[in-house]
Design a protein around this ligand. Structure first.
Ligand code: GLP
Length: 261
């Protein structure tokens, strides 16, 4: 696991954009894995800027969402499918048709999950998966106790996640759906490259548990320790509880040029 600590979240977003840009430059038909939440917004803004200046193009790319709420009607502003159009797809000039997500309104949700896995496989799998981190250590919507081998399925959100996400629903926890469909941890681990972004002191305990704790279903994101190509990008507050922070800084400062994006 590569841990990169940047002084600010904005600098972290720029580094994440460099990584995405390097994948798209070498794989023009790259398959992107997209996260929602606030953590990747700076990255998406930066990528939009780079598209506008002609530095990168997503014209040949496809994308898959990590997760979706169950039961939010089409057009609801907090449906992740709507959110991603707003924060990413429009900015980078991709067509909405090239972006796919789990169908949280399917009459047969179990079948929708199987179908979603099939579509990811048919697309050739994910070249670069972008992730945030829940304050309870969840990835996508894989809440604590999720199977480390899980596939796309229905999950019940924890009270804590619903409280964290209430800010997107006018502060009303009751308005946050109880259920979601989410790629499983086993699904996420199949991405060829993973970039996780976390910022702010509220994420510090989850970051420490994910990076330096044992691999455990209690901290679902800790499963990323088993993936061969993960870059965790943190700002200083998010990194503030890491035992080996100085070592991670030293590694980054001395990283050979040929290994950089
Ligand atoms: C949600 C999403 C996750 C996201 C997490 C953190 O629960 N399903 O994909 O990583 O929240 O959100 P934020 O980046 O807003 O802190």
């Amino acid at each position: 696991m590569e841990v990169v600590i940047r002084p600010t979240a904005a600098e972290g977003s720029c580094l994440a954009a460099d990584l995405v840009e390097s994948v798209v430059a070498t794989t023009p038909r790259a398959v992107l894995g997209l996260a929602t939440g606030s953590s990747p917004v700076g990255l998406y803004d930066e990528l939009g800027h780079r598209v506008a200046t002609g530095r990168v193009s997503f014209a040949g790319c496809r994308a898959f969402l990590l997760d979706e709420y169950v039961g939010l009607p089409t057009g609801h502003p907090q449906r992740y499918r709507s959110v991603i159009d707003e924060i990413f797809v429009r900015q980078v000039g991709m067509s909405s048709d090239s972006v796919d997500g789990p169908n949280g309104n399917a009459s047969d949700l179990a079948e929708a999950c199987v179908e979603y896995e099939r579509r990811i496989t048919e697309a050739g799998g994910v070249d670069i998966q972008l992730l945030g981190l829940g304050s309870d250590g969840h990835d996508a919507f894989n809440e604590p106790s999720s199977s480390l081998a899980s596939r796309t399925r229905l999950k019940t959100l924890t009270r804590r996640t619903r409280e964290d996400n209430a800010r997107f629903f006018g502060g009303d926890v009751a308005a946050v759906p109880r259920h979601c469909l989410t790629q499983g941890l086993g699904t996420i681990l199949e991405a060829r490259r993973i970039v996780l972004i976390a910022a702010g002191v509220s994420k510090a305990p989850a970051v420490r548990a994910m990076v330096e704790g044992p691999v455990s279903a209690l901290v679902p994101a800790s499963v990323l320790q088993l993936h061969p190509r993960v870059t965790v990008i943190l700002d200083e507050p998010a990194a503030s509880l890491l035992q080996l922070a100085d070592y991670y800084r030293e590694v980054w400062e001395n990283k050979p040029a040929w290994q950089r994006p």
